[in-house]
Design a protein around this ligand. Structure first.
Ligand code: AMP
Length: 191
């Protein structure tokens, strides 16, 4: 299965992605992780991306597309993958559709982890990451609301969206994720 997990910063995507890749036995494609690895390695791409990431802004599409295309073409992604952090904008979603279309592939389902904004801020204050200072975090949330949230409607119209409550323990949320997968599978069989 080719699944996208969408949620605002601090929604707990990382934890659920780890569980999902074990459950689905597919590779985890996190553009944020790929970019952080490039920054750590000090590559030209990493240097170019670091500035945007530190400001809580999106990295330009050509770089993201390059990373994702290379990864999607790898043999281990042939039977599926879990996309995390991509697509993040409507143009990126269109690019992904094109990329998959050309390879006779498609997105099977999109799972939204829904968490209220107050809870996100509360969680952010309890954890520590470089791009987590309150001002930058607020920018990342705003970027989610303005640029990424429209994707929910995009996939809903295609009948591919399953929204789940992102509040609760990791186990409770993962049970909802599994239930959402079952629904998506059933609906895709019914066409
Ligand atoms: P994440 O770990 O997904 O929250 O991503 C961390 C940061 O990497 C984001 O705040 C963006 O600066 C950048 N980033 C990750 N994925 C994308 C994407 N699909 N498009 C643009 N920028 C991205």
């Amino acid at each position: 299965m080719r699944i996208i997990l969408i949620g605002p910063p601090g929604a707990g995507k990382g934890t659920q992605c780890q569980r999902l890749v074990d459950y689905l036995r597919v590779p985890h494609l996190s553009t944020g992780e790929m970019l952080r690895a490039a920054v750590r390695a000090g590559t030209a791409e990493g240097l170019a991306a670091a500035h945007f990431m530190a400001q809580g802004q999106l990295v330009p599409d050509p770089m993201i597309l390059g990373l994702v295309t290379k990864r999607l073409e790898a043999a281990d992604c042939r039977d599926g993958c879990l996309l995390d952090g991509f697509p993040r904008t409507l143009p990126q979603a269109a690019m992904l559709d094109d990329l998959l279309d050309c390879r006779a592939m498609s997105v099977d389902g999109v799972i939204e982890l829904a968490v209220p904004r107050d809870e996100l801020v509360h969680r952010m204050l309890a954890r520590k990451r470089e791009d987590d200072n309150p001002e930058i975090f607020a920018k990342r949330i705003a970027s989610f609301e303005v640029q990424t949230a429209p994707l929910l409607d995009y996939y809903k119209r295609q009948g591919k969206l399953a929204s789940i409550d992102g509040l609760g323990t990791a186990d409770e949320i993962f049970n909802r994720v599994r239930e959402a997968l079952r629904r998506l599978k059933r609906d895709s069989y019914q066409g």
